[in-house]
Design a protein around this ligand. Structure first.
Ligand code: TXA
Ligand code: MG
Length: 335
């Protein structure tokens, strides 16, 4: 156990010093909280895997304060990547490039590529700038748990295991960044997230969604974008257990005919009021799919705290952020 120092958003210089010393600091971004370490310090990066209990074959995203620092860590920036960066950086888009020699193998889990993102969140940007180094950061949760969207969730999972937590406000998107591979001539969506597939298509009409192995016999037309993106060998992290609360996740496609059965404590989250609303221990009816997405992971944690044995989650249309939301719900419902 180590002492975890808590910082306000005016104490970023102290937090940056910990990062420079090779320690771990959790910080807010516009997607979820990240668990940062100096990306160029292999020992610091190893601490991330240890603190999270993360499998070492799952590579990390490197966060930069500015796009100007990209040339240090990647060996080639294709034209299509320039267009994507012009449109979506800073923001919730991670791009996978061919890596430069300076990036330790533990960051990329031995891959020749490195995932890079420039967060739009002012606290994240300032912390990275003050630290003076690229920051490797996975989501700041114990491996397999729902990503942390509040500093309290970070503390619940990582207090005593990391050097610092920045007590920023709850995150805006609440789901992780979109991951797009631009390291080969075929631009490929690896993970749906804060930037929608539709808006990526406006910049790169030929973008494809990585096909799940078991769906290989189905044409892309037969699958929603999320089903196409569901599993991938290109992005090793996607094969691991993910986003799971203790409670069982039940995806509800039709609120009228699929009412819950049994009398165990249960929770409900969605955009419509279920007919059997009074039966739930905890219920959250969101005003929009955006609110549903940004509330999901925190709701999972709350449901666990009130002892819900299952969490009923309403299905939504797989457009915009709805695609990323359905992706996380499917993964969370797989045991
Ligand atoms: O929004 C986010 O992306 C947050 C914040 C903190 O930036 N970070 C995050 O990191 O979600 P993490 O480690 O939970 O997810 C990183 C994802 C994984 O699915 C991983 O497999 C993929 O990015 N990834 C990382 N490097 C890769 C690479 N070189 N090639 C393909 N996929 C990669
Ligand atoms: Mg994660």
């Amino acid at each position: 156990m180590i002492t975890t120092r808590h910082f306000s958003i005016d104490q970023l210089e102290d937090a940056a010093e910990l990062l420079r010393e090779g320690q771990l600091v959790a910080f807010p971004t516009e997607t979820v909280f990240g668990l940062g370490a100096n990306a160029l310090d292999a020992a610091a990066v190893d601490r991330i895997f240890l603190a999270k209990g993360r499998p070492s074959d799952n590579p990390l995203i490197v966060h930069l304060a500015s796009r100007d620092d990209l040339s240090k860590i990647v060996s080639h920036v294709p034209e299509v990547a320039q267009a994507l960066m012009d449109r979506f950086w800073p923001g919730p888009l991670t791009l996978v490039f061919a890596k430069s020699a300076i990036v330790p193998r533990s960051v990329t889990a031995g891959l020749d590529t490195v995932a890079v993102r420039v967060p739009a969140h002012p606290v994240a940007a300032e912390l990275i700038r003050l630290s003076g180094v690229p920051i490797a950061a996975p989501s700041a949760n114990r491996s397999g748990r729902p990503s942390a969207t509040t500093w309290q969730a970070v503390s619940e999972d990582l207090e005593g295991r990391i050097a610092g937590i920045i007590e920023g406000a709850p995150t805006q998107f609440g789901l992780e960044s979109t991951v797009v591979d631009v390291s080969t001539s075929q631009v490929t969506l690896l993970r749906p997230g804060g930037v929608s597939f539709e808006s990526l298509q406006q910049v790169v009409p030929g973008i494809q969604v990585y096909a799940k192995q078991s769906n290989a016999t189905l044409s892309n037309q037969q699958l929603g974008p999320m089903e196409r993106a569901n599993e991938t060998v290109n992005s090793p992290g996607l094969k691991h257990r993910h986003y799971q609360p203790k409670a069982r996740i039940v995806l509800v496609k039709d609120l009228v005919s699929e009412l819950r059965t049994g009398s165990e404590p249960a929770a409900f989250i969605g955009v419509s009021e279920p007919n059997d609303a009074p039966k739930y221990t905890r219920i959250l009816v969101c005003h929009s799919v955006e609110e549903y997405a940004s509330s999901l992971f925190d709701f999972f944690r709350q449901a666990d705290q009130v002892g819900a044995k299952s969490i009923y989650c309403e299905s939504v249309l797989e457009v915009g952020i709805g695609a990323a939301l359905m992706d996380r719900l499917r993964r969370a419902s797989e045991s």
